[in-house]
Ligand binder design. Sequence first.
Ligand code: SF4
Ligand code: FES
Length: 281
Amino acid sequence: MTVQVILKGFGEVVKEVTFRVRRYDPEKDNTPKYSEYKVPVKKGMTVLDGILYIKEHIDPSLSARYSCRMGICGSCAMIINGKERLACQTQILELNKDLIKVDPLGNYNLIKDLVPDLSKLFNNHKSVKPYIIRNDNPPTAEYLQKPEEREKYAMFTECILCGACLSACPTMAADDLYLGPQALAQAYRYIADSRDMGFEERLNVLDSKHGVWRCHFAGACSEVCPKGVDPALAIQLLRGVLMKNSFFGYKQVPAPVGKERPTVVEGLKVLEEKIKESEKK
Ligand code: SF4
Ligand code: FES
């Protein structure tokens, strides 16, 4: 379907591009099809802006997921001209093409059009227990960590759960139960954290036939990650930890606990006393 757009009230148009968008509603359609839309482009316009233009001016039935529109929430990941990208961060003019092909992320079930069902991503993430695990007493103060200890996992904290890496991963395409680059990178992120003691608890899921050994090191995950996370590196580092564990045992040394700080109420009392003392003088 080719639809001409109405340019009224749309600002200064630099060029016109064709959006070829994959449309599919599993509840109604037998097969996916592509629809084409002519979109007027102005400077600074992103692919997400183009999609929203289509929704607003041409076809409100087109479904896409987005939220922050600033590359933070990870909702708008999709395949743009053959590569996984965040639609809100992809400038139309920088693509330098007259045709922009938009597909939903691969390796996921589809809810509709450009909206994948990300349950697999979230469930896999949850399965590696992505939080600090301690087996000592509940903390009475913060755990101490040196800057160089934080450096070991800092890059992996940048993940925004956009799901692009699972879409690009060829192993994911072959094994639907594979944990995937996102979950494995997050498993490494916590295991490498000097405050964590949860290696043993994560071992079963990581050292399974759908776990860390399943990766073929294609590296596609790292190539497409919009936040510069390198899940392929995390997987190799994780393998190193598992190997070390099988030969010598892997021990996590718990991070020391810092000095207890006064509670807010205690702090206010101290402040009150200081004020009273200063008034007496
Ligand atoms: S690792 Fe990168 S591509 Fe994968 S979910 Fe996180 S931010 Fe997205
Ligand atoms: S809408 Fe949030 S990352 Fe694109």
